[in-house]
Every structure is written in structure tokens, then in C-alpha cells.
Design a protein. Structure first.
Length: 400
């Protein structure tokens, strides 16, 4: 079970899903507006694609920022800060006269949205509820390109504002997470407040930033990631109770869960970028978009049904099904002889990654000491979101 912070009563899963899903919708709508964005701001199409990179970068930064807020200020403060980032970013995007301001807005939107996803998973409490959230993220995200192409008829900016509906769920979260006085005993607070490990936070942010920028800066970003990774490893050893607690990273079950989630997420995002390119010689762009939408929706619904039955199936079956589905996705994309099977790889990929996110998140929180459970779930979510950075980088390598 995911350890839930103290609150009045369990938050309805529909509010948690609303908190998490708009970010995926906004992320996947970006590619449809790149040509119009470039023309409107007077930049090249290559420069305009930085809008997607900025969103991916902001998204993975939102998770470590939220981890720090959860550990030092609690759920309530983390929710308010991330909601403010979404609102600020949306306002910047809505009126940005330059590409630089637009990129800043997209990064802020994604940082806040990524944090809200982390909070939603942290508050889920059970695998079935977490499954509803992650399946919703996949399902709603599947409609991103369609929403982008439809809403761009109004303005190219409108599809870039789709993170905003997440704010509708914020009041429900705040109602169920009471304010806890700072002088209250630690065990009565929403999460055990700790001294801010600024160095650890900066190293994590540097590491994830370097990963996101690999497709753009290549060897420079790889070198930066290697150095940041080494420094972070040394820092964790010297600071057992820092931003990344030693009891968490030394728990084998947590490391296994985080690695599985990151691997499956990376595979999913890589296939999301490569499969349309593989189908270009067989189908029209419109058909590729429609079939991809159907496959992603099918996989997301299958994930929702699977996570609801995971408890009855047992951990042995679940641990076998999820990697098998991920491997099937890669195999279909690599060697399938018919286009429809290549397209089906995305259904297996989104099923594997969203179901794994829900199922492993419960294990990641349960296997660590009580005082570190909220942090463990947040760090686990970060590992999942890193797939959004690794996947496109891998796809870029494979397609060149």
C-alpha cells in the first residue's frame, strides 16, 4: 500500500485523475502546433520544436521539486506551489510574444503538472486507484494530438493551454488535506519535515536536465549526466538522510520497482516517437494518427482493467505479465511483418508502463521505513517520468 498522508478522508479518485491527466494531454498536443507556432513567432521549425523539449525538461524537474516540498512542507504546500506553476506557465504561454517566453511558460506548466502527477500517485493509496490515475494519464494523453489539431483551428496557442483544467481538482485536494501546525509533533504532520538538502536537489535537477538535453547537446549532455550521476552517488553516500535517503536506495525491492518503471516508461516513449516513422511508408499521416489513437486507448483501458484485478492475480503473475508486455511491444516494433502489428506495439507499451506505474508504486512505498514512504513514492514517480526524457533520446538515436 502507498502510505497516505494524514487527511480527513480518502480523496475521490476522479479528482486525483483530474489532477494528473491534463499534463499528458498538453504534452501530446505540442507536436500538432509546431508549424503554426514557428510562423507566428517568426522562428524556424527546428527552433519551434524546443517547445516540446522545454515541456519534457520541466516535467521531469517537477518531480524532484515536489519531493523536496513533500519532505519539508507537506502535501498542502506542494499542491499549492505546483498549481501556481501551472497557472503562471499558462499565463506566459497565452501571451508570450517571443519563443523564449513561450519556452519558459511551457517549462513552468510541465514542472507544475509533473508535480501534480506525483501528488496524485502519492495520495492514491491502492494499486487499483493508482491504476485508474495512470490509465487515465495514458488514455487522455492518447487524445493529445487529436485535441491539438482540432483546437489549433481556434488558435495555435489553445492546445498549449490544456494543462489548466488540472487546477479544477486543487480545491478538492486542499479540502481533504488539513493544515498541520509547524509546531505539531512530527508524527502528526502530513510528512516528516526534514532539512532541505540543497546540494542533493541541485544534483538531481542537473542529472535529469542533462538527460533531457541529450538529443540536443549530445556528447556535452552525456558528459554532464555522467559527472552529475557520479557526484550524486557520492553525495548520497555522505548524506544518508538527504534528498535521496539511503534507506530508500538501499532497499532492493524499491530499486527493482524504480528500474522496472523507468525501463518500461523509456520503451513506451521511444516507441511513441519511432512507430509513426516506421509506418510512414505504409499508411497516410491521418491513418497513422487514428490507428495510434485507437491503440493507445486500447492499451490504457486494458491497464485499468488489469490493475483492478492485480490483487486477485497475485504478484507472481503481475511480475511476469508486465515485462512480457513490454518485451512484446519492442519485438513487434522491431520485427513484425505487417503495419498493424507494428502499430499494436504502442498498445502493449502503454499497457505495460501505466500498469507498472500503478502496481510498482504500491510496492515502492511499502518496502521502505514508514518515515520515508512518501519520499519513496515521489522518487519512484520521478524514475517513471524520466522515461519521458530517455525515450525521445533513444528514439533520436535509433532513427538517425
Amino acid at each position: 500500500m502507498i502510505a497516505e498522508p494524514v487527511h480527513k478522508e480518502r480523496i475521490a479518485v476522479r479528482y486525483l485523475a483530474l489532477l494528473a491527466t491534463p499534463t499528458s494531454l498538453s504534452a501530446n498536443s505540442t507536436t500538432t502546433v509546431i508549424p503554426d507556432l514557428a510562423r507566428a513567432l517568426g522562428v524556424s521549425a527546428a527552433d519551434a520544436t524546443w517547445a516540446a523539449t522545454a515541456f519534457g525538461w520541466g516535467g521531469v524537474l517537477g518531480a524532484p521539486l515536489t519531493v523536496a516540498l513533500l519532505r519539508t512542507r507537506g502535501i498542502r504546500a506542494a499542491t499549492l506551489v505546483n498549481a501556481a506553476l501551472v497557472l503562471l506557465g499558462t499565463l506566459l504561454v497565452a501571451g508570450a510574444p517571443t519563443l523564449a517566453m513561450l519556452l519558459a511558460g511551457r517549462a513552468a506548466q510541465a514542472a507544475g503538472g509533473g508535480g501534480l502527477i506525483t501528488i496524485a500517485i502519492t495520495l492514491a493509496g491502492t494499486a487499483s486507484r493508482a491504476g485508474a490515475i495512470t490509465a487515465g494519464v495514458g488514455l487522455v494523453g492518447a487524445f493529445g494530438p487529436l485535441a491539438g489539431s482540432t483546437l489549433s483551428a481556434i488558435s495555435w496557442r489553445v492546445p498549449l493551454l490544456l494543462s489548466l483544467p488540472a487546477l479544477l481538482a486543487v480545491p478538492a485536494v486542499l479540502r481533504h488535506v488539513p493544515t498541520v501546525p509547524r509546531h505539531a509533533p512530527v508524527h502528526h504532520r502530513q510528512d516528516a519535515a526534514t532539512r532541505t538538502d540543497t546540494i542533493g536537489i541541485l544534483l538531481v535537477m542537473t542529472l535529469v536536465s542533462a538527460f533531457v538535453l541529450i538529443p540536443r547537446l549530445e556528447l556535452v549532455a552525456v558528459a554532464a549526466a555522467a559527472v552529475a550521476g557520479l557526484l550524486l552517488t557520492l553525495h548520497v553516500r555522505r548524506t544518508p538522510a538527504g534528498f535521496i535517503p539511503q534507506p530508500v536506495v538501499r532497499t532492493r525491492a524499491f530499486v527493482t520497482a524504480a528500474a522496472a518503471a523507468c525501463t518500461l516508461s523509456t520503451s513506451y516513449f521511444a516507441l511513441l516517437y519511432t512507430v509513426p516513422r516506421l509506418l510512414e511508408h505504409h499508411w497516410t499521416t491521418e491513418r497513422i494518427g487514428l490507428v495510434t489513437l485507437i491503440m493507445l486507448a486500447t492499451g490504457s483501458i486494458a491497464s485499468l482493467l488489469f490493475t483492478r484485478r492485480a490483487a486477485q492475480l497475485g504478484p507472481a503473475v503481475t511480475r511476469s505479465v508486465l515485462p512480457a508486455a513490454g518485451a512484446t511491444a519492442v519485438a513487434l516494433a522491431s520485427v513484425a511483418p505487417w503495419p498493424v502489428l507494428v502499430a499494436a506495439s504502442t498498445a502493449f507499451a502503454v499497457f505495460a508502463t501505466t500498469a507498472a506505474m500503478a502496481w510498482y508504486a504500491t510496492r515502492a512505498g511499502a518496502v521502505v521505513p514508514q518515515e520515508h514512504r512518501a519520499t519513496a513514492v515521489s522518487l519512484f514517480t520521478l524514475c517513471y517520468q524520466l522515461g519521458g526524457a530517455f525515450g525521445p533520446a533513444l528514439a533520436t538515436f535509433l532513427l538517425t
